[in-house]
Design a protein around this ligand. Structure first.
Ligand code: DGJ
Length: 345
């Protein structure tokens, strides 16, 4: 009798397990970041945070990016949010922004790319910037233009909480300039900057945000190099800027330059990796600085795009070799970081 109850209990547990989504059964604690591989979140689903940015609040990292999972309602564009305490295992916090209704302004194939979130300590608001584009020229609602990157503007959304929901506020051209790929940079003194690519000027701007972060206030520098995917880090008294050439979704040799001040002058640009590897198939989106008790690590965050199957696009995150004016992306391999000491291996 005792055994038949036990048998029924085991059957019950098995029946319950079969009702769980397959992904739940396979979710595992991961010990390493494996560049270029499927990167499962805590539910076992490949992380969807493409063209992303990172925000650290206390000891939690938030990763925002383009949500491109299959089956999304194509009337909307989505920004995802993930949270982690170790940079390796990420919990999906949901879609922080679900944005629709811009078809009239931009055409129905409009794009939302490269979202970045800043936290404003004065207003206590989370402020999201994103590249908003479409095929209509600004000021018109019809066009023979077929290029979905004609509108060239930034969108701004706001939230009280890191995971949203974010409320869309507006869309504009920063300081009147065309703006496509955007990047974020917060300096050691807490000043927040938007990096944005300006095609007519053949370069990318570093521009200071206003006190409330809701607009772009001052151009600090136009780096005269036709690069997108712009990212900046301040390391040991020197600024390092990286970017990628304008080759659409195809990878190219990403480059870096240095300056003692954000306003320049900036050095010549040089390769960050052997040029024949095309940055190991990736494109820059951010450099993340981790200041530990023993070391300061700088992590290169890049996207390995799969333009026809965007939901399967991968990530290349690797600690950079950086210092004394040099920056180098080592050959990708699985690695881990001790966030307390800053040591990577
Ligand atoms: C390169 C950009 O970096 C991406 O964000 C995206 O806009 C593609 N171009 C589109 O071709």
């Amino acid at each position: 009798m005792k055994y038949s109850i036990l048998y029924l209990q085991i059957l019950g547990v098995m029946a319950f397990l079969f009702t769980l989504p397959a992904s739940t059964c396979f979710a595992q604690e991961q010990s390493k970041i494996s560049p270029g591989e499927i990167w499962p979140d805590r539910d076992g689903n490949h992380i969807q945070a493409h063209g992303g940015g990172i925000l650290k609040i206390k000891n939690t990292y938030y990763w925002y990016g383009e949500q491109r999972r299959q089956g999304l309602d194509t009337n909307f564009r989505y920004v995802s949010c993930y949270a982690s305490k170790d940079l390796i295992n990420w919990e999906f916090k949901g879609d922080a922004l679900k944005l629709g209704g811009l078809d009239t302004l931009l055409g129905h194939k409009w794009v939302l790319e490269r979202p970045k979130v800043f936290y404003n300590p004065k207003t206590k608001k989370f402020v999201m910037y994103m590249h908003i584009d479409g095929k209509y020229k600004r000021g018109t609602t019809s066009s023979t233009v077929t290029n979905n990157y004609t509108y060239a503007s930034v969108g701004v959304a706001i939230s009280d909480k890191p995971a949203g929901p974010f409320k869309y506020l507006k869309c504009f051209r920063p300081l009147g300039h065309e703006s496509r790929d955007i990047g974020q940079f917060v300096d050691d003194d807490g000043t927040a900057y938007l990096i944005f690519e300006d095609r007519p000027a053949k370069g990318f701007h570093i521009a200071k945000l206003s006190d409330d972060y809701l607009t772009v206030e001052k151009d600090v520098c136009l780096i005269k190099a036709p690069l997108e995917g712009g990212a900046i880090v301040h390391y040991n008294g020197l600024y390092y800027a990286i970017g990628s050439a304008l080759t659409g979704w195809r990878p190219n040799p990403n480059l870096y330059a240095t300056a003692t001040s954000l306003s320049g002058p900036w050095s010549e640009f040089k390769d960050i990796a052997p040029s024949e590897t095309n940055t190991y198939g990736s494109q820059s989106t951010l450099m993340l600085k981790i200041t530990g008790s023993k070391k300061t690590a700088v992590i290169f965050m890049g996207d390995i795009w799969k333009p026809k199957t965007q939901w399967d696009s991968r990530y290349l995150w690797m600690p950079l070799e950086i210092g004394e004016g040099k920056l180098w992306l080592p050959k990708p391999e699985p690695w881990t970081i001790n966030l307390k000491t800053g040591e990577t291996k």
